[in-house]
Every structure is written in C-alpha cells, then in structure tokens.
Design a protein around this ligand. Structure first.
Ligand code: CMP
Length: 150
C-alpha cells in the first residue's frame, strides 16, 4: 500500500463546536498520522484562491463567507492510502447524506447547509500536491524521516 499525504481542514463550524480533538482522534484511530498542524483564520483573498476550482459555482460566495467566518485547523495527514481513507472517514460532502459513524455524519448531524460540513479533505493525489503547499512548506511537515535527533 502506498504511503500518501493529504490535506485536512477542520473547518470553523467544528472549531466553534469545540470538537477539534475528537476529530483528530478519528484520524489517529484510522492510523493516519498528523505530520503538520496549524490554526489559521483565512482572509477572503486566500480563501478564494484555495477554493478557486469552485469559482463561478452557485455556492462559491456562501462557501467563502463561511470558511472565512472563524479560525480553522489545517493538518497534513500521512498514512497508507491516506487520501481515500480520509474521505471514507469524513463521509459524504453533504451532511444530510453522511452516514452515522463518519465525521460529518456525527458532527454535522441535523445540519442543512452544505458548506457547514465540518471538514475538508483533498480528493486526489494531484489535489493534495497543490493543497498541502498552500498551507505548509516542506520543512514544516514532520514525517518520521524528517525528525532531527540532534
Ligand atoms: P469541501 O470538501 O471543503 O470542498 C468544497 C466545499 O464546497 C464542500 O466541502 C462544501 O462545503 C461546499 N459545497 C460543495 N457543494 C456545495 C453545494 N452544492 N452547496 C453549498 N456548498 C457546497
């Protein structure tokens, strides 16, 4: 199995609900390792850049408004098949369709608004390769091989 890295965002709704730790536990329990982490409040310009693939879509403005409404936690997760595994743990993008036992199914239960879906995760290797450097330079990612002993 391939070791991959994926970008995860614990979004402002999750931060507001005080469940950062519980969400990270879900990742760790699935053998995904946090190799980079930071809390950041995105400004409009950066949010529009991060979500530029959705520019022009009907939900773009509400998505940008929401993602800039408070701080979020950005993580790099590393592990076997990290991208697909993370997507399975997160559950369906639409909180109304996310199954119980998934992060969105449990933490966005009863939520009607699609942008308020608790977490974001890279959807493919090529996306992760763009999304990870958006938040972290390589030297801020502490995979086992990067750990200094001196
Ligand atoms: P995320 O994984 O962060 O990727 C893009 C986000 O856009 C997605 O999660 C949702 O929060 C949001 N989104 C996608 N589709 C819709 C939609 N139809 N209406 C509102 N928000 C959407």
């Amino acid at each position: 199995m391939a070791t991959e890295r994926t970008l995860s965002l614990i979004k402002p709704d999750a931060v507001e609900k005080n469940c950062i730790g519980k969400i990270i536990t879900r990742f760790e329990d699935a053998n995904l390792r946090v190799v980079a982490a930071k809390m950041i409040w995105l400004n409009k310009k950066d949010a529009e850049k991060f979500y530029s693939v959705h520019k022009g879509k009907h939900f773009f403005e509400t998505l940008i408004q929401f993602i800039t409404s408070g701080p979020l936690v950005a993580l790099v997760l590393e592990g076997d098949n990290a991208i697909l595994k993370n997507r399975e743990i997160m559950g369906a993008t639409d909180p109304r369709k996310a199954l119980p036992g998934t992060i969105r199914g449990d933490f966005a239960k009863g939520v009607e608004r699609m942008e308020r879906n608790i977490v974001h995760g890279s959807d493919a290797l090529e996306t992760a390769e763009v999304e990870i450097p958006f938040f972290f330079s390589e030297r801020k990612i502490f995979a086992e091989r990067n750990v200094q002993t001196s």
